[in-house]
Write a protein that binds this ligand. Structure first.
Ligand SMILES: Cc1cc2nc3c(=O)[nH]c(=O)nc-3n(C[C@H](O)[C@H](O)[C@H](O)COP(=O)(O)OP(=O)(O)OC[C@H]3O[C@@H](n4cnc5c(N)ncnc54)[C@H](O)[C@@H]3O)c2cc1C
Length: 393
C-alpha cells in the first residue's frame, strides 16, 4: 500500500475490506486535502467546505453503530486516521474530535433522545462538536478543574460557569461537551459530569485562540461560560466522574496512535526522495552513511509503530480495551513521529523550512500532538503507575 520499503509491512495482515477503506481514504485525502492544505496552514484557516465530504467518506463518528455512522472496525478507522494525518494533523484532529470526543460520549453516555437529536446531524457534518476539558489552570490534572454546574433545586436545570481553554473546533462548534464539577443533590462531594452546551445559549462565548505556530489548519478556541443555563435534559446521564472524559480520550488517543504514523510516513517519504535527488560532494545525499542511518531509523520506527497500532486495534476488535496499552501507543508513536519529522526537516537543509517541502509543517503540528490528549511525559507516568503500582503524578 505505501510503496515504501517497510520490512514489517502490515498490508498482508489486513482484510480485503480494510485495504479498500485504506485505499479510498488515501485517494480522497490526496485528491481533496493535499492541494489546499498548504494555503490553509499559511492563513491559519480550516477547510470547512470539506466537512460534507468527510461525512460522505464516513470519517465522522466512523466507529459508531447506527444514527447514520459508518460502523467501521477499529483497524479500518485507524487506517483512515493515517491518511488524514499524512496530509495534516490539524485535519485529523477535526475528525478525531468530532468522532471520539463529541459523538462518542453522546453515543456512550447520552440517552436515546440525545442520540437521536445530535448524532445523525453530526455524522452528516451538519452539526459540529467540541470537547471541553482543559482549563487555563487545569491541563494534565483535569481533577483540578474549576468549571462548575449549580442546580437550584433537585431535578432542575443547571447553571454552568467557568472557562475551557485550548479547545479544538470550539469557534465553529454547534454543540460542546463540557465537563464540569457539580454537587449531586444531598451530597457534599463534587463530581464531574458532562453537559451538552449549545451554541446560542445565553452567557456562552467561544473566542478563537490566535497566534498558534502549530496545528494552524485547525480551529482552536475557548469555551467561556458565564452563568449559562443548561436544561437538565442536556446532562449526559450515563456517566459520572473523571472516567467520562478519560474514556473519550482513550478513544481519541487510539486514533492518534495510528494517525501520527501517517505524518511520519509523509516525512520519511519526503526525506527519502529529497536525499536521493539532492547531490552534494558529487553524489546523492542518500549515498552517505549518515543519511542511510537516518532513513533506516525512520523505517524501523514507522514499521514498529504500525505493528503496535495494529496489535492494539485487533485487541479492541476482540473487546479488550486496556487504557495503558493505548497510552503506550499514543506516547510512543507521537514521540517517534515528532523525532522523524524533526530529522526529516534537518535532512532537507534550508529547503526544510519552506512550506513547499511540508516537513516543517508536520514537525510543528506534531509538537501539539505530542502534548494534547495527555503529554508524552504524563503517559510515561500512566505506564509507570501500571508498572510499579505507584501513582507518581
Ligand atoms: C492545539 C491544541 C488543541 C487542543 N484541543 C483540546 C480539546 O479539544 N479539548 C481539551 O479539553 N483540551 C485540548 N487541548 C489541551 C491539551 O489536552 C493540554 O494542553 C494538555 O493536556 C496539557 O495540558 P497543559 O497545556 O495545561 O500543560 P501542563 O499540564 O501544565 O503541563 C506542562 C508540562 O508539565 C508536564 N507535567 C505535567 N504534570 C506533570 C507531572 N506530574 N510530572 C512531570 N511532568 C508533568 C507536562 O508533561 C508538560 O510537559 C489542546 C491543546 C492544544 C495545544
Amino acid at each position: 500500500m505505501t510503496g515504501t520499503p517497510y520490512l514489517l509491512s502490515i498490508d498482508h495482515l489486513l482484510s480485503e475490506e480494510e485495504r479498500l477503506v485504506w485505499k479510498s481514504a488515501r485517494d480522497f485525502c490526496e485528491r481533496r486535502i493535499a492541494p489546499v492544505i498548504e494555503k490553509h496552514y499559511e492563513h491559519a484557516t480550516f477547510p470547512r467546505d470539506l466537512i460534507p465530504e468527510f461525512a460522505e467518506m464516513g470519517f465522522l463518528g466512523a466507529t459508531l453503530q447506527g444514527y447514520g455512522c459508518a460502523g467501521m472496525g477499529p483497524v479500518a478507522y485507524g487506517l483512515t486516521m493515517i491518511e488524514l494525518e499524512r496530509q495534516d494533523s490539524g485535519i485529523r484532529s477535526f475528525c478525531s474530535v468530532q468522532s471520539a470526543l463529541a459523538m462518542y460520549p453522546i453515543h456512550a453516555f447520552g440517552d436515546e433522545a440525545q442520540r437521536e437529536r445530535w448524532l445523525p446531524g453530526m455524522a452528516r457534518g451538519e452539526v459540529i462538536g467540541a470537547f471541553g476539558l482543559t482549563e487555563p489552570n487545569s491541563g494534565s490534572d483535569p481533577g483540578s478543574m474549576r468549571t462548575h454546574a449549580r442546580q437550584h433545586e433537585a431535578g432542575g436545570d443547571y447553571v454552568l460557569s467557568g472557562q475551557k481553554f485550548w479547545i479544538t473546533n470550539s469557534p465553529i462548534a454547534d454543540v460542546m461537551i463540557v465537563w464540569a464539577r457539580t454537587l449531586e443533590h444531598g451530597s457534599d462531594t463534587p463530581v464531574v459530569r458532562g453537559f451538552l452546551v449549545e451554541r446560542g445559549m445565553a452567557g456562552l462565548s467561544t473566542p478563537e485562540t490566535k497566534g498558534k505556530l502549530s496545528l494552524r489548519a485547525s480551529m482552536t478556541g475557548e469555551i467561556v461560560l458565564d452563568e449559562v443555563k443548561v436544561p437538565k435534559a442536556n446532562l449526559l446521564p450515563g456517566v459520572s466522574g473523571l472516567k467520562g472524559p478519560l474514556s473519550c480520550l482513550t478513544q481519541a488517543r487510539y486514533g492518534i496512535g495510528w494517525g501520527t504514523m501517517g505524518a511520519a510516513e509523509a516525512c520519511f517519504a519526503a526525506a527519502r526522495s529529497y536525499t536521493l535527488d539532492r547531490k552534494q560532494f558529487g553524489r546523492p545525499l542518500a549515498a552517505t552513511q549518515l543519511v542511510q542511518l537516518k532513513l533506516a531509523n525512520m523505517v524501523t520506527e514507522i514499521s514498529l509503530g504500525l505493528q503496535a497500532a495494529l496489535r492494539v486495534g485487533r485487541r479492541l476488535e476482540a473487546g479488550h480495551l486496556i487504557p495503558e496499552s493505548i497510552s503506550l501507543l499514543k506516547r510512543n508513536n507521537c514521540g517517534k513521529a515528532l523525532d522523524i519529522a524533526r530529522v526529516a526537516r534537518d535532512m532537507h537543509g534550508g529547503n526544510g523550512i519552506s512550506a513547499e517541502y511540508q516537513v516543517m509543517r508536520h514537525a510543528q503540528n506534531l509538537e501539539t500532538v505530542n502534548t494534547y490528549e495527555g503529554t508524552h511525559d504524563v503517559h510515561a507516568l500512566i505506564l509507570g503507575r501500571a508498572i510499579t503500582g505507584i501513582p507518581a503524578f
